[in-house]
Design a protein. Structure first.
Length: 291
């Protein structure tokens, strides 16, 4: 059902560095895989952009790649973009999203941030801190998806293809008390699907540690030294869980298809940090490949 196209927009033009000098090589092209409409799922496009080489990143003494070293945003870009949105900045060695408290922005100088490498089996470690009433999230195994809107191909939200590790000021943000079960939208939960237990987040303006481990379909969330939830991708239990959520096949056929086969046939995808319109901080972002 799939056909592969080369994205013309992703190919950089060749240019001369001097009137008689050599030409600079063109940037690699993104691969676009078009999936025709079927079974109530609209036509969509999977965009596989060129990836960074992990050999260009430092490995710490524990064997983790340092994805963010507190000094540069090398290897990062906006979801569906070729640059880092300007609202993502570095402040005092931390990755900061400069939100305005207006909810999910997803446009202009905001938007979700992804690391330019698709991972399969890994352990991701990070520290996070929210301001009062702040909301964010960490995405795993995400893919870049485009759909037609008003006859124009546009990027769909990252969460339709990616499970989300919730980041939240549990005590003050309304999401802390919403959902089908109290706690299902609190920090380190699988957003709106599995409650994090124990719920051991620190108050806003205090640092927390986060962990996401993905290995052959098993996913474990951790927070402040404790494992808080576990689920198993590509199983009947996972399908059943999706069908009890807002991503159920009857409610959102496209999201259901993408999430039911998270990471696609390769079972690999991006990690990302969410712009939910609020001020949040991340630091010590490290990843160990478990392949």
């Amino acid at each position: 059902m799939k056909k592969i196209l080369t994205s013309v927009a992703a190919v950089a033009a060749l240019f001369l560095v001097a009137s008689c000098g050599p030409k600079k090589a063109a940037a690699p092209a993104a691969e676009e895989i078009t999936v025709p409409a079927h079974d109530n799922v609209p036509e969509y496009v999977i965009v596989n952009a060129p990836e960074v080489d992990l050999a260009d990143f430092k490995v710490d003494e524990d064997g983790y790649y340092v994805l963010f070293d507190g000094t540069s945003l090398k290897g990062w870009r906006g979801y569906g973009k070729d640059h880092v949105p300007t609202r993502w900045t570095i402040e005092d060695g931390c990755l900061k999203f400069n939100g305005k408290g207006g909810g999910e922005q997803q446009g202009g100088d905001g938007g979700d941030l992804i690391f330019e490498k698709r991972f399969k089996n890994f352990e991701l470690l990070f520290d996070w801190k929210v301001t009062r009433r702040a909301n964010s999230g960490v995405f795993l195994l995400a893919r870049e998806i485009k759909t037609l809107k008003d006859s124009v191909w546009k990027y769909s939200p990252i969460y339709i293809s990616s499970p989300e590790y919730q980041i939240l000021d549990n005590e003050n943000h309304p999401d802390g008390q919403l959902g089908k079960v109290i706690g299902i939208r609190q920090s380190s939960s699988l957003y709106d699907m599995i409650v994090a237990e124990p719920q051991n987040a620190n108050p806003y303006d205090e640092w927390n540690t986060g962990k996401i481990m993905v290995y052959e379909g098993t996913v474990v969330h951790g927070q402040n030294g404790a494992n808080t939830c576990e689920y198993h991708l590509w199983t009947q239990d996972w399908t059943d869980l999706l069908n009890t959520s807002k991503f159920a096949q009857a409610k959102n056929p496209l999201a259901f298809e993408l999430l039911n086969n998270v990471g696609g046939d390769e079972h690999a995808g991006y990690i990302g940090f969410q712009d939910h319109g609020d001020v949040v901080y991340y630091r010590n972002i490290r990843l160990k490949v478990l392949d």
